[in-house]
Ligand binder design. Structure first.
Ligand SMILES: Cc1cc2nc3c(=O)[nH]c(=O)nc-3n(C[C@H](O)[C@H](O)[C@H](O)COP(=O)(O)OP(=O)(O)OC[C@H]3O[C@@H](n4cnc5c(N)ncnc54)[C@H](O)[C@@H]3O)c2cc1C
Length: 592
């Protein structure tokens, strides 16, 4: 294990360190912006209440306040100056707005914290003239309560943040096996895209009641959504039980409904230890399958829960390894709250200046940037005494703040058998390395952020602890019936500053190779809805081949006809016959 210095206070050296350097990390994010520095804090966007200058949409229900507000997603890949927005306060508001939208040919888009990269909230071409209204779900719809004792279940409003949900669960003695790394994601937003963390059972570990090694969507027992009731010819609040086949498509619906609340299976809370390693070379960690040494496979066997972060042009990744540990190991530092990698959530001048120079036309500085980030990570772990942490699961599972560096990311899940996880990783790393080198030889540096690798189980419906739970057919990790031996998914991401030259070409070439490489009896690859995919040289979500062929195909092959891509899309259409829950990108992805 890497050695830890036990500084508990902010020593002068640590202060100096924080003043001059800071790092990107897991989910570490970068984005250049047109201000004095290329880094901008993300503050909530205040509503603009200038209704006097522009009339609200025609016939909009008078008693529901509506205002203009800028929409910016977290990466700033989508920025729209003004969009009609409202913050519904009740289910009645939601139903009224939905029926108004159907009658007035408007579209409504529920949103949470706008952390999503892909254009599934609104697409970039939307503006005030577009007949669309955003529903900010984060102000209301945040209640939560335990609704089943054993196996335990919680009912939570879709606007609640993941951090508040996990805090509530912790206080009640419950938790989750894994979850997305940030705390400021809404439950509705996470369910919409099958949000995931990392973790498969360690060798010898048996699944406990309420645990799932799949995504958050696989925890759903029931959903309350505003959907079309054919009997009454109107949008109404409807309950979708996990045992009803109609529920399947709603479990990951990409915002093609309004989820009001969800009942989720949860589990007894555990204490976790998270150890960081920076002394293992990439060659050793990502070695071919079967190699001895400290490979990803070896850590999967010993702990099951791992994440590798690897900056370009550096030799050693940052590996995090979580283990279930009821009592505090002697060397570990007990943490009383989440977000314990402050070096990754604060951007220094040194880092921002260097990335600024890269974006201003000095791409050759990219290797230096990678080195800086790796150094900052190692020093940060040391000065923040963060090499070895222990505490209640939430404090170790949440570790990315919104202030971290902003980047764009591609994202895919490769389904395979556990014995082949190392092969999947090795091949990906090999391909990436050879492409990175070939581009560099050409004077091109398209990737300046880290690679991230996590491994989860699949969305096995049995984990819901119901007799007849349906599958999650639009989840990237829904099992394939023709490959019951595929029991895990390797999630692969590559991060880079938005608009880095040649990144579209790089991502497109790599994506094509991945779709061709992870096939047959060995593996299958699906896109990660929230991130970048469908690349051409122009950027993500632009490849007709990926959007119209690969996405439907990879969610159809090996899937029963009743729960594949087409059946899910037509179910969503049936529950929204007026197409109020759509946008131009969703029109293209899921034509009616
Ligand atoms: C820094 C960073 C780190 C991340 N790390 C992870 C990670 O570790 N694991 C992971 O899986 N993902 C991760 N993500 C992606 C994130 O989980 C998704 O983008 C998620 O959808 C964001 O939630 P949100 O509340 O911001 O939703 P938004 O971005 O506001 O919306 C996303 C989608 O959800 C829909 N939606 C929102 N609320 C509702 C509702 N009430 N009813 C119906 N639909 C709704 C929207 O219409 C839209 O389609 C990360 C993102 C960022 C920026």
């Amino acid at each position: 294990m890497d050695q830890t210095n036990h500084h508990n206070d902010m020593t002068p050296s640590r202060r100096a360190f924080l003043g001059t350097t800071a790092a990107i990390s897991a989910g570490a994010m970068i984005s250049p912006v047109a201000t004095a520095t290329p880094w901008e804090q993300l503050d909530p966007i205040p509503p603009k209440a200038d209704l006097a200058t522009m009339a609200p949409p025609m016939n909009f229900p008078r008693d529901i306040p509506i205002f203009k507000q800028a929409f910016r997603n977290w990466s700033r890949g989508i920025q729209i100056d003004d969009l009609w927005t409202c913050q519904p306060t009740s289910v009645e508001d939601l139903i009224t707005i939905a029926n108004w939208a159907a009658e007035n040919r408007y579209r409504i888009r529920p949103r949470g914290y706008s952390h999503n990269w892909s254009p599934i909230v609104v697409s970039p071409e939307s503006n005030l003239g577009t007949r669309v209204i955003l529903l900010d779900m984060t102000e209301h719809f945040k209640d939560m309560t335990m609704t089943q004792d054993w196996p335990p279940a919680v009912t939570v409003g879709a606007g609640a943040s993941m951090e508040s949900l996990l805090t509530y669960l912790e206080n009640e003695g419950y938790g989750v096996t894994s979850c997305p790394a940030p705390g400021d994601l809404s439950v509705g937003g996470v369910l919409a895209i099958d949000g995931h963390g990392t973790g498969i059972p360690a060798e010898g570990e048996t699944r406990e009641i309420g645990q799932t090694y799949g995504t958050l969507s696989n925890r759903v027992l029931s959903l309350k959504c505003v959907a079309w009731n054919h009997k009454n010819d109107r949008y109404e609040l409807m309950t979708f039980d996990r045992s009803h086949p109609d529920t399947a498509a709603m479990l990951v619906a990409l915002g093609r409904t309004i989820v009001v609340e969800a009942e989720l299976r949860v589990e007894e809370n555990h204490n976790l230890r998270c150890e960081s390693y920076v002394s293992i070379s990439a060659d050793e960690m990502f070695a071919p399958a079967g190699a001895s040494g400290r490979t990803m496979e070896s850590f999967l066997n010993s702990s099951g829960r791992i994440e590798a972060i690897w900056f370009p042009f550096t030799s050693n990744p940052w590996l995090k390894v979580w283990t279930v540990q009821p009592t505090k190991p002697f060397w570990a530092r007990e943490v009383s709250g989440p977000f314990n990698y402050p070096f990754s959530d604060n951007i220094s001048e040194e880092v921002s200046n260097l990335i600024g120079e890269i974006m201003d036309g000095a791409p050759g500085l990219t290797p230096q940037f990678g080195q800086l980030m790796a150094t900052v990570t190692s020093l940060g772990l040391l000065f923040d005494n963060a090499f070895d942490l222990w505490g209640p699961s939430k404090n170790l599972l949440l570790y990315v703040k919104r202030t971290t560096l902003r980047v764009t990311a591609n994202g895919y899940a490769v389904l395979t058998r556990r014995a082949d996880a190392q092969r999947v990783i090795h091949e990906f790393v090999n391909k990436y390395n050879s492409m990175l080198q070939a581009y560099a030889d050409d004077g091109k540096y398209p990737i300046n952020g880290p690679m991230e690798i996590r491994v989860t189980g699949l969305d096995d419906p049995a984990h819901a602890e119901l007799d007849d739970a349906c599958d999650v057919p639009l989840s990237a990790v829904v099992p394939c019936e023709d490959h019951p031996d595929w029991d895990c998914a390797v999630w692969l991401d590559l991060l880079t500053v938005p608009r880095t030259p040649f990144s579209g070409d790089f991502y497109a070439e790599l994506e094509q190779w991945m779709f061709e490489n992870y096939v047959g009896d060995y593996a299958s690859m699906r896109v990660e809805w929230s991130k970048g995919w469908g690349y051409t040289g122009v950027g993500p979500w632009t490849s007709d081949q990926v959007i119209n062929e690969y996405v439907p195909q990879t969610l159809t092959d090996g899937r029963p006809a009743k729960a594949n891509w087409n059946s899910s899309v037509s179910l969503l259409q049936d529950l929204d016959p007026h197409g109020i829950y759509r946008n131009p990108f969703l029109d293209k992805l899921m034509p009616s």
